[in-house]
Design a protein around this ligand. Structure first.
Ligand code: AMP
Length: 271
């Protein structure tokens, strides 16, 4: 497995390239993207970069886990061919150049994490220009991020395909996340209720129940469990605009805090 520490070290590997951008602290969710890339492309390249521009001033950039040795071992175990692991100074200069993420970035995460998607759009654009993959793999766990990346690639005519991959979950339904390690034992017990609630709302909506009533009840239930809901919404899966009655391709999206840990999740609502 090759390790590239600067953009200048990145080589063009033979055949088709599948690319998985990550911030490290790899888990089965990340590894599922790598396995898919490996199965669909000749080579799999990943990046490990904790991107400072997508963290707000009071977020966990400094304390974000960076178990690099373990990450390299896991990447190698699933057959990754090359890891791009630059330092911040290799990716950003003083120019202030950035990518505008467009309209789909304005709602939801955009409201609660101002500047987050500009950071995501900028780093993804830079990584795609450096790696030049045939297919890039992103997890649907970060549903709005997928929409933002799709809009940026289309809006900036960035070549290559995008592949959005299903969320990998613990047996009890909790979506795998590098941030789950921050949860206390009690919070870890409560956390699966997020996905359980999403599925309950999904089923109710599909049965024709009133959307806003179901959302309200689920928010109340989660708040009773100590989860501070930032948003729980039923949206058009393409535009991410909220809708108040059942549509053919919708999505339920959630963000909230359990203690000091911010969790997000979502589920498909297809008729
Ligand atoms: P991150 O390191 O959190 O930036 O995530 C890197 C990639 O892995 C992103 O495309 C995420 O959406 C994806 N990812 C994170 N968690 C999961 C999961 N539980 N299942 C599938 N993909 C995931």
């Amino acid at each position: 497995m090759r390790l590239w520490r600067t953009p200048a070290q990145v080589e063009r590997l033979e055949g088709t390239i599948g690319f998985v951008p990550t911030m490290g602290a790899l888990h089965e969710g990340h590894l599922s993207l790598m396995r898919k890339a490996k199965s669909e492309c000749d080579t799999c390249v990943i990046s490990i970069f904790v991107n400072p521009t997508q963290f707000g001033p009071h977020e966990d950039f400094q304390k974000y886990p960076r178990p690099i040795e373990e990450d390299l071992r896991l990447a190698e175990s699933v057959g990754v061919d090359a890891v791009f692991q630059p330092d911040v100074s290799d990716m950003y200069d003083e120019s202030g150049v950035a990518v505008l993420p467009g309209k789909v970035a304005e709602l939801w995460e955009g409201e609660f994490r101002p500047g987050h998607f500009q950071g995501v759009a900028t780093i993804v654009t830079k990584l795609l220009h450096i790696i030049r993959p045939d297919i890039s793999y992103f997890g649907s766990k970060d549903f709005q991020q997928c929409a933002v990346v799709a809009a940026v690639c289309e809006g900036l005519n960035i070549a290559g395909r995008l592949s959005f991959v299903d969320t990998i979950r613990e047996a009890d339904g909790l979506a795998l996340s590098s941030r789950n390690r921050y949860l206390s034992p009690h919070e870890r017990k409560v956390a699966p209720e997020i996905y359980t609630s999403l599925l309950k709302v999904r089923d109710a909506i599909c049965h024709g129940n009133e959307v806003n009533g179901e959302l309200h009840a689920a928010k109340y239930h989660l708040s009773e469990l100590g989860i501070r809901v930032q948003y729980l919404a039923y949206v058009d899966a393409k535009t991410l605009q909220p809708v108040d009655r059942c549509i053919p391709v919708g999505r339920l999206i959630f963000a909230g805090y359990l203690g000091t840990t911010r969790l997000i999740d979502n589920c498909e609502v297809n008729l």
